[in-house]
Design a protein around this ligand. Structure first.
Ligand SMILES: [Zn+2]
Length: 237
């Protein structure tokens, strides 16, 4: 794993268009952020429902420890979040292809894998920080609250669950775009910020829409090659 300062570096040996990779249809960064906003709210609502259902509310017996814990969460959760992305990529973060970056001018942190992986692995890379830092801590808090009858550990974890849940809105939106646009058996690779996908040699995807039982092609009616995913009217135009 390497560390990098600045924008996500381009891969000089990767020429996606020339090598037959298809580019993911992505909104501009500004529109992406607008879309991510309702996803952030949705994340928080879902996490709040889970929290309320599972974690009993208890008095905090150790306020100082709670304060220190919340401070540690605030200072470290972004780095831990990015390390989880990096470690879920092929090579488990140990390869030279994985890097964690900070782009101070844009106040962006990222993990980047310079290589191809399966679509499902790609989705897992995006999902893992949300699962490990927002979903699993709810279960730990539920367990700790019942075991200690003290709200100190739950309040620290509550902070982690919700602040990470908010920050993972882009990851969740990304997952929705990958699942909708990229066939499950495809390979996925990034070139800088952009995402490309390609079917394995010899494999083919057929759209399940009755009017569109065509393999992946560039015909206007079959622009959505994702098997089993309902095609919206605007995708057919
Ligand atoms: Zn993330």
């Amino acid at each position: 794993m390497r560390f990098h300062l600045g924008a996500i570096p381009e891969s000089p040996d990767f020429h996606p268009e020339e090598e037959g990779w298809q580019s993911l249809r992505e909104p501009s960064p500004l529109v992406f952020q607008l879309w991510a906003l309702p996803v952030a709210i949705l994340n928080v609502v879902v996490l709040a429902i889970l929290w309320k259902a599972l974690v009993p509310s208890l008095p905090i017996k150790n306020g100082a420890l709670a304060g220190i814990g919340v401070l540690i969460v605030l200072l470290s959760f972004i780095l831990v979040h990015e390390i989880i992305h990096a470690v879920t990529a092929p090579g488990w973060g140990l390869s030279n292809h994985t890097l964690i970056g900070a782009w101070p001018q844009k106040f962006v942190f990222y993990a980047h894998y310079d290589g191809a992986m399966s679509r499902n692995r790609f989705i897992l890379v995006f999902a893992m920080p949300f699962l490990l830092l927002s979903v699993v801590p709810i279960l730990i808090a539920a367990f700790a609250a019942r075991l200690t009858q003290d709200g100190t550990i739950p309040v620290i974890l509550q902070f982690l669950v919700f602040i990470n849940g908010l920050c993972a809105c882009g990851d969740i939106l990304g997952i929705a775009m990958f699942a909708r646009q990229i066939p499950a058996s495809a390979q996925v690779r990034n070139q800088g910020w952009r995402t490309f996908w390609k079917m394995e040699e010899g494999s083919e995807v057929v759209c399940r829409l009755p009017v569109c039982r065509l393999p992946v092609c560039r015909l206007p009616v079959c622009r959505l090659p994702v098997a089993g995913v309902p095609v919206m009217l605007d995708d057919l135009i």
